[in-house]
Design a protein around this ligand. Structure first.
Ligand code: SAH
Length: 478
């Protein structure tokens, strides 16, 4: 975070604005709407400000700035075009630890003014840390479009009952659930639509019911986190993450996806690394059972899809055995995410009528796969956890009849901005993989369709990889 967002109360506080420009007029309007007492220092002022002065909404000193003007003020805004004045006021304010903003001069400012969506009492502030104010304005337009104009009414409605709900429902979790029901259901709709009497009646009925409700029984949601890009989460996954009491996750879950979790939810890492199981599966199962028995709403977040090489089946079994309710929410599995990101069609009318997902994970040191089936022509083979066994996989596929020239892609950290790709053939891929040291989760795709993606993108294969046998692609490359 480049700057720390906070909302400052300016009710009745003095704010100094230096400069009488159009920009000053806009800032003054905003400050007034937050209840500030504005003093303006400027030799001359534009028409809009003159009007505010005439209406006695601000006080105006028609003279130069003196350091003494800073006495007793809470905030300083400089909207003058005079650069030496900008620097002088900024320095004087900062030496007194007064927050100061110089319009369009982030270096001279100790705070920035965000783009604002105002749905009083709801305020949404957007900042790009000074990087791209135009983008902040776009985001504001999007949020304004998505946010009902009456959302402020809903907040005011909720405020009326806040203390009563707090007294009635002691458990924060019960309160959270109660408010979720209010905002998502009929009550929220009624309040938004302005039927405040109806909404009040319904809310009181709901609150009565909630008071006598039996303590909640926990539940586990086995949720697919997708391959890494948070935009690939399902809406259901996103909603559950926003509501969970606890999120149990492992190494495959990207930090970007984890960041979608409700801020005060507990997060438990049960990560496993390749060949280094930091927490045995039955301990994970036991932990899920214990959390659910404690009445928590648990999200077990698993990379990709929970049922594709995710041991989701085992977790469900353990939970069912303990009598705990489970819901499975599918996710975009790595094969789909990586293929989409690399532009590789997994099936193709002319080149691949079958697509097989297989694990390259060795059990007790051996890789026991159905090689004749995997080496069939016109088929795409997707190998999960295949990097360590890559030499065996490549040589077995060739030994069972696939041409050594069959294209192969290795995709590491697919769909994230750390994605790397290596493209080669069954003959070359092992050497290529060794050179770039793949450390993140890596998917291996074998089949003619891999070459197809290359051909479509102008075929870097022809440019480089044929003789150098080495090709390394960034996410945008292929
Ligand atoms: N349930 C997961 C797979 C778990 S097995 C899913 O549906 O995707 C773990 C393997 O998945 C890794 O070794 C790797 O082969 C693959 N994998 C998962 N996420 C990946 C990603 N973002 N990029 C490349 N491979 C990934």
């Amino acid at each position: 975070m480049q700057t720390f967002p906070l909302f400052m109360s300016l009710q009745g506080r003095r704010v100094l604005v230096v400069g009488g420009t159009e920009a000053a007029a806009r800032k003054v309007e905003l400050l007034l709407s937050a209840g500030a007492q504005v003093t303006l220092i400027a030799d001359t002022v534009v028409g809009e400000i003159a009007q505010l002065i005439d209406e006695a909404r601000i006080s105006w000193a028609g003279r130069a700035f003196y350091n003494e003007d800073l006495a007793g003020v809470s905030l300083v805004v400089v909207a003058s075009d005079d650069e030496s004045l900008q620097a002088r006021v900024s320095l004087a304010a900062q030496s007194r630890c007064l927050p100061v903003n110089v319009v369009d001069r982030p270096k001279l400012s100790s705070f920035i003014m965000p783009a604002i969506v105002d749905r009083a009492p709801i305020t949404i502030a957007i900042s790009t840390g000074g990087a791209a104010p135009a983008l902040a304005r776009r985001l504001r337009a999007e949020i304004e479009r998505a946010m009902p104009a009456a959302i402020g009414r809903l907040a005011r409605f909720a405020e009326v009952f806040r203390a009563q709900v707090r007294r009635t429902l002691e458990q924060p979790r019960a309160r959270r659930r109660f408010w979720d029901r209010v905002f998502e259901g009929r009550i929220g709709e009624m309040a938004l639509a302005g039927d405040e009497i109806g909404a009040r009646r319904e809310l009181i009925r709901l609150l009565d019911g909630a008071r006598t409700e039996a303590p909640t029984v926990g539940m586990v949601h086995l949720v697919g986190a997708g391959p890494g890009d948070p935009d690939l989460l399902t809406m259901k996954a996103h909603r559950l993450l926003q509501r969970a009491d606890v999120v149990v996750y492992d190494r495959l879950v990207s930090t970007e996806v984890l960041a979608m979790t409700r801020r005060d939810a507990e997060r438990i890492y049960v990560g496993k690394r390749r060949g280094n199981h930091s927490l045995p599966q039955d301990e994970i199962n036991a932990r899920l059972v214990a959390l659910a028995c404690a009445g928590k709403s648990v999200v077990r977040l698993k990379g990709g899809d929970p049922f594709v090489f995710g041991r989701g089946g085992e977790e469900i079994e353990a939970l069912a055995h303990a009598g705990i309710a489970v819901e499975v929410v599918p996710g975009v599995t790595a094969a789909l995410g990586c293929a989409a990101s690399a532009g590789i069609p997994l099936t193709h009318r002319d080149h691949a009528q079958t697509c097989v997902f297989v694990t390259g994970h060795r059990k007790e040191g051996t890789l026991d796969l159905d090689w004749p089936m995997l080496a069939r022509p016109r088929q795409t083979v997707v190998i999960y956890m295949g990097v360590e066994a890559l030499p065996t996989i490549a040589s077995q596929l060739v030994a069972h009849g696939l041409p050594a020239s069959t294209p192969v892609a290795l995709i590491e950290n697919g769909t994230t901005d750390r994605e790397r790709r290596v493209v080669g053939t069954l003959a070359t891929i092992e050497r290529q993989a060794m050179r770039i040291r793949l450390e993140g989760p890596t998917l291996c795709l074998v089949g003619e369709v891999v070459g197809l993606a290359l051909a479509q993108s102008g075929g870097p294969q022809s440019a480089e990889s044929k003789d150098s046998e080495f090709q390394f692609e960034s996410r945008v490359g292929l």
